[in-house]
Write a protein that binds this ligand. Sequence first.
Ligand SMILES: [Zn+2]
Length: 364
Amino acid sequence: MGFVRGRLKVNIVKILLNKAIIPHIFILTCITLAFLASCMAAPTATAQPTTQPEPAPVVQKCTVRGIVFHDYNGNGVKDGQEPGIHNAKINFRYWSDTTDSDGAYEIIMPPGVYALSVSPPSNTLFTQGFEFISYSTAEYKETRFSPNIEVSENMSHDIGLIQGFLTLPFGTDTKFLPEYPLGILHFVDRKGEAGEKIDWQGGERTYDGHDGTDFFMEEYTPILAAAPGTVIEWPLPYNINAKNVVLIQHERYGWTKKGDVYDVDFDIVTAYGHMHKATVKPGDKVKRGDVIGLSGKSDIYVPLPGRSGLNMPYDGKHLHFSVYLVKSLTPMNINWTDPYQSIVTVEKRSINLWTKFNDPQYPK
Ligand SMILES: [Zn+2]
């Protein structure tokens, strides 16, 4: 048996040493190794990302604090006498808070860009009165728009709400006709019919067909932009009731409301008539309160036949201030409005186009 065993070993060695077989084994081995390598390579490649640890989520929070306030002068900054607004709802998208009695809010949220919306309080006299947010003297928007606010760190963000968007087009030191508030002798005539006249208070402090408000003031009084906008040339052959006029186009405004739906938009243009001199030109951007020129006087300062009630003191020295609603240019759809006309009525009080310091909305 030992012999046989020895012979077998010899035979195997011989076979292995056979030059014809060794290349076959070598080739088979190579193919096998290549196959195994290809099988292992594919899963290794796809599995690679899972083998690397994902970056840990950055749990970073930002605190946004601010005051929601009644921006009397529409400059976007909380000044001393401007009170906070209690119970206003603030939303940075779905992060929200309600203001306390000082108008303060505080919201903690992750960094991001959020649509900011503000709901004025529903339990005060001025429920629906805050029609606008004033960002600065250069910009205001209707409260129904939601600006995007980037939150990347702890920050302060005050929010100024205004009711009307107009501030008076002259300084507080302006000298007026003494016996009338703000020097107003002529309001807008709100009667469409010829020969009839009525002012916004139901009286007759106007004259027939008057499309603006006359502020009687000394000549060369600095005249200010009543809201941010762009100076334009009047694009229409429209009978504006003033000479030497400066025109400023403002935010397009959803004027007509049916319930909560705004169905008509207007461009709003303010007009400053009988100017002695304009210091701005068409195309200029103006901020609220920018000087746009100096007041002058009108040619007409005596009552005219057919214009009942026209009464011009001071030899016609005054500013004629008009507000136009421009729905479209073609076809022409343009009208004037009375800035003392209410946008909405809240508990029987009119909230008109003026901001806080434009009486009689806020009797002293
Ligand atoms: Zn006038």
